[in-house]
Design a protein around this ligand. Sequence first.
Ligand code: UD1
Length: 429
Amino acid sequence: MDQIAIVGGVPLVGEIPISGAKNSAIKLMTASLLTDEPLRLTNMPRLADTRFLGKLLRRLGAELTESTGPNGPQTLLHTPEIVSAFAPYDLVRQMRASFNVLGPLLARTGHAKVSLPGGCAIGARPVDLHLKALEALGAHIDLNEGYVYAQAPRGLRGATIAFPFVSVGATEHAMLAAVLAQGETVLLNAAREPEMVDLADCLNAMGAKVEGAGTSTIRIVGVSRLHGAVHSVTPDRIETGTYALAAAMAGGEVRLTQTRADLVESLLLKMEAAGVEVGRGVDSVTIRRDGGRLRAVDVETDPFPGFATDLQAQFMALMTTADGVSVVRETIFENRFMHVPELARLGADITVSGGEARIRGVEHLQGAPVMATDLRASVGLVIAALAARGETVVNRVYHLDRGFERLEEKLSACGARVRRLTGTEGGGD
Ligand code: UD1
């Protein structure tokens, strides 16, 4: 297994191009199952997660062709026919979002058998809201031996679905199924993340009728069929925020290109409160920090437009050397502080109580071997390492590879001393 070694203390100076959003791309890929015509996705990130999903989609009957177009990496997805509506455990467990093939399979063929998901180890993460939404659309659902058996032999029917709390995955899943349902569907208390807007834009380009994505009420008028389309994946807001925090931690000046400030505004405001300089361009964000300690700032994670839970570990890393005590409250996932003991190995002073972490800023961190535990937590360790004295070696970087494209290349282009040690880690699981 690979490791990443970082020697801290070097300011970052330069430009980092932001890739297409992982979390959007994987839902857009599942949307391709809704039509027998080709869907071309441009600005595609090339990641372990998109590869896993590609494997599953091929099993279901999709042909995938990757190439480089005028606007960078693109993938053509074409499923002339669903050859199997069965998503087996060994493919779904590798990535939770694969579960979202259930809705499109059901909408297109009237039946599906999909394994219950695995994914990051950040709490229980049930799929009850997904299943309730599909039931509301007229599907008959049975759970047996770890599988969901879903049937809608006469097709899905539009319905009003009021989510008891905001779920990104369930909102997307309901949208993916309702576009081919008969009649109107209204989603209340829908997620407002930019990925909703991206998915709705893509579905609409395919002939769907989706309105209100990006607000808490989404209206969908079902159509009898969808057609092919070309769609550009929205910029990755989590990658944007991560590199913004990396630049703030290391110091220097970094311009993040091919992205937008409005995708990460709640983070940028917190960074400014901490003393980081932020420049908002049309399709770029510039982060600048000269010497001097940052101020401690509190954050609480919330659904969009609130502070993203996927940036919590990275923000906590920044706070480890801030002046004062900051409180980070996690409200979305119950087990999302697994990076805390690893940050402590670098010298951070953090106490966790329930869903709250108190970070007492220290003067400096000291490099050490650490272990990545999940996707976002692991990049939090990389951020901390950028400012730590000496060398930090991050183990289990397969977590990073799931969601960050060419991380070490993007950071070293700005002067960071980062290198990948290939196949060096012993043991593990
Ligand atoms: C998505 C993102 C993930 C991000 C999260 C919150 C993808 C691939 N992943 O995950 O990176 O951290 O949004 O922004 O897009 N819940 C239930 N029942 C359900 C569904 C969710 O109880 O049926 C709970 C979850 O356990 C969690 C909360 O609802 O506590 C929010 O989860 P949700 O918004 O659904 O996150 P994901 O779609 O899994």
